[in-house]
Design a protein around this ligand. Structure first.
Ligand code: ZN
Ligand code: ZN
Length: 405
């Protein structure tokens, strides 16, 4: 499927510009005279830059723990993510608990009963975001009346559409932890089980075309609350950048018969310079063209399209590798804010060639995106990936020589 074909409104806008369709039939608009409420999210497509932007004005009201740059405050010690404050968040969609029996290390409730009080001994909870960037699926049938009035002035040059799917928060600890490394390695594995189960849930939703997982730690990384958490956003549209990347993977698969990521991992292992650590299932390396300093990519050595299809052993390996990478990062850059994001195959792109390969990118926030980067879309990276890999590798060897080359 072409990029334009899967981004419905981008395709329509091109047709409309060619005069093939009447613009009024193309873009959802609010009814004239209806008040502009703007509670439901919508996207606007920039036909010049081939990007879409999500407008979610309701998020302005969300609590923000970080008030001034460099100043961390917690005026409201009643953290909504801490145990005992479960009533401050919506009912969970997933609850997991570390248990220690001979059969299993975890007990997971993927469909918690709203009527039952939350198990006070939970370890990881997933709840709908109280201030969602993307509304839950399905989008309300009367949503058009709630879109901003500006959309009633839509034209082929200004494509827009409602965006929906879901936005959930993965609360990674019942304690007021700040980073994933503040929880135990077993609890971190449970967090990754939550990712897997919730991504599976969204993949099974026919309205959802794309979902990702991301984590922001620290104000510089975009966190609004310090309690360690990650987020899952699902949408009914595939972002153009994701579609372009998938297109390159498909072309590589078609021309070589191989997965592009598998080939890159093979070449990294052959060159060795940027590989940090590996175990039986997963590998961590600094990609050759990392666009951010000290960025690390974790993926499986065996080809795997979707993170949500990882078996338990691979999932454990991946969760432990990510946990260790963050630990090494925090040793090298004490106190640094960091992000990671998980890329898995978008369910909205049809591909029978198995061209996609999932990955997680982890990076500290030690540089600012400035004028050149915004203007050109090209980053300036002051740290060579080879140097970054050496720094990480020293930490990895010190921790466990068996993990390295
Ligand atoms: Zn807390
Ligand atoms: Zn692969």
């Amino acid at each position: 499927m072409s990029q334009a074909a899967s981004f419905k409104h981008a395709k329509i806008s091109v047709d409309a510009l060619n005069g093939d369709e009447h613009p009024e039939a193309l873009f959802p608009v609010s009814s004239p005279g209806k008040p502009s409420i703007g509670q439901n999210s919508h996207t606007r497509f920039d036909v010049l830059r081939n990007t879409w932007t999500v407008y979610a004005t309701g998020r302005e009201d969300r609590p923000h723990e970080f008030i001034e740059a460099g100043v961390t405050t917690n005026k409201n010690l009643d953290c909504p993510f801490c145990c005992g404050n479960e009533d401050q968040t919506p009912s969970p969609t997933w609850v997991g608990k570390v248990v220690r029996t001979k059969d299993s290390a975890f007990r997971i409730d993927t469909n918690p009963d709203d009527k039952q009080p939350c198990d006070p001994a939970w370890t990881v909870r997933v709840v709908p975001n109280k201030y969602p960037a993307v509304d839950a699926s399905p989008f309300p049938s009367d949503s058009k009346t709630q879109l901003p009035l500006a959309l009633s002035n839509s034209s082929p040059l200004f494509p827009s559409s409602p965006v929906f799917g879901g936005h959930e928060v993965v609360i990674e600890s019942r304690r007021h932890a700040h980073s994933l490394t503040d929880v135990s390695i077993t609890e971190a594995e449970l967090v990754f089980r939550a990712y897997r189960d919730r991504l599976l849930h969204f993949r099974n939703d026919p309205n959802v075309k794309y979902a990702n997982v991301f984590k922001n730690v620290g104000q510089q990384a975009g966190a609004s609350l310090s309690h360690s958490h990650s987020q899952i956003v699902a949408t009914n549209q595939v972002p153009p950048m994701i579609e372009q990347s998938f297109g390159r993977m498909k072309r590589h698969r078609a021309s070589t018969g191989c997965c592009l990521m598998c080939d890159m991992v093979r070449e990294e292992r052959r060159q060795k310079e940027r590989v940090i650590a590996r175990d039986e299932h997963s590998i961590a390396f600094c990609p050759f063209a990392s666009h951010l300093p000290m960025m690390v990519r974790v993926t499986t050595k065996q080809h795997q399209e979707c993170f949500e299809d990882l078996d338990d052993q691979s999932l454990r390996s991946v969760s432990r590798m990510v946990y260790r990478v963050i630990g090494w990062l925090e040793t090298l850059q004490p106190g640094a804010a960091y992000n990671y994001y998980l890329s898995t195959k978008p369910s909205g792109i049809e591909d029978s060639s198995e061209a996609f390969h999932w990955s997680i990118d982890i990076f500290p926030r030690i540089t600012q995106v400035a004028g050149f980067e915004w203007a050109s879309g090209s980053m300036i990276n002051p740290v060579l990936p080879e140097f970054a890999a050496r720094q990480y590798r020293y930490r990895a060897i010190a921790e466990d020589p068996r993990l390295t080359l």
